[in-house]
Design a protein around this ligand. Sequence first.
Ligand code: SAM
Length: 260
Amino acid sequence: MPKFNDLDLNNWKEIDLDMNSLWVIPERKKWGKHDNFYHGNFIPQIPEHFIKRYTKKWWWVFDPFLWSATTAVECEELWRNIIWVDIQESLVNRAKELINSNKINKNFILWDSRNIQIRNIIDWLLSAYWQEGFDLALLHPPYDDIIKFTDNKEDLSNCESTQEFYNQFWKVLENTYSLLKKWAYCIVVIWDKYKNSEWIPLWFWCMNEAQKTWFKLKSVIVKNMEWNRWKSKSWWIWKYRALNSDYYLFKHEYILVFKK
Ligand SMILES: C[S@@+](CC[C@H](N)C(=O)[O-])C[C@H]1O[C@@H](n2cnc3c(N)ncnc32)[C@H](O)[C@@H]1O
């Protein structure tokens, strides 16, 4: 058994984890506590995969961008402890009600994940459980300004420019790096965007920011996106617009796998 998970390699052929760098996942998992609160790209299969791959039962997971609590639901399901953070009070409270069993340890912080003081707050929380840090961090930041989450200036979706978004995201990466145990893993899920008719590879520049913090890059996984506009009636309109212009439609996103 690898030292960083509970997988039984005696039955390795039965293990349902995709080890390829191209993931094609036909649809979003909807059962359990995953409701219809959010239809975005961060499907539950992503945290499920990395929790199973890089943690053991009772290990600690960090989610600095909570939103619909997909990672927290998976942690509860798979018996992993979690601390989650968001700047939106309503989301932090919603997740508190949703993740309501006593089977795991969990803590919720209404805070700015960029703020360096978060390190002291979390160190203090983890020390109550005799923990030196997290075993896994799952980061799903706003994709720059593609979706505005709040009007709050602390919100990464409100940065004044894309360069500023990279600078601010770097602060979250730095905090995460310092909060992880030695040899722990950090996953970043990110998409690209178009601006002024130009493709902006957010994933590439976010990967560079992560490498500035001394994270080692372990993998870049490309994952399909099938569940939002691609299945809706507007698909044909988007196809027409693309044919009528010179661009391509986004059908994939990136999952960056780092190790401290
Ligand atoms: C893309 S969503 C995360 C989605 C999440 N993975 C899920 O399962 O639904 C980004 C979240 O980051 C939060 N956010 C933005 N800037 C933040 C900051 N500086 N500190 C903490 N949370 C922030 C937003 O409020 C939003 O909830």
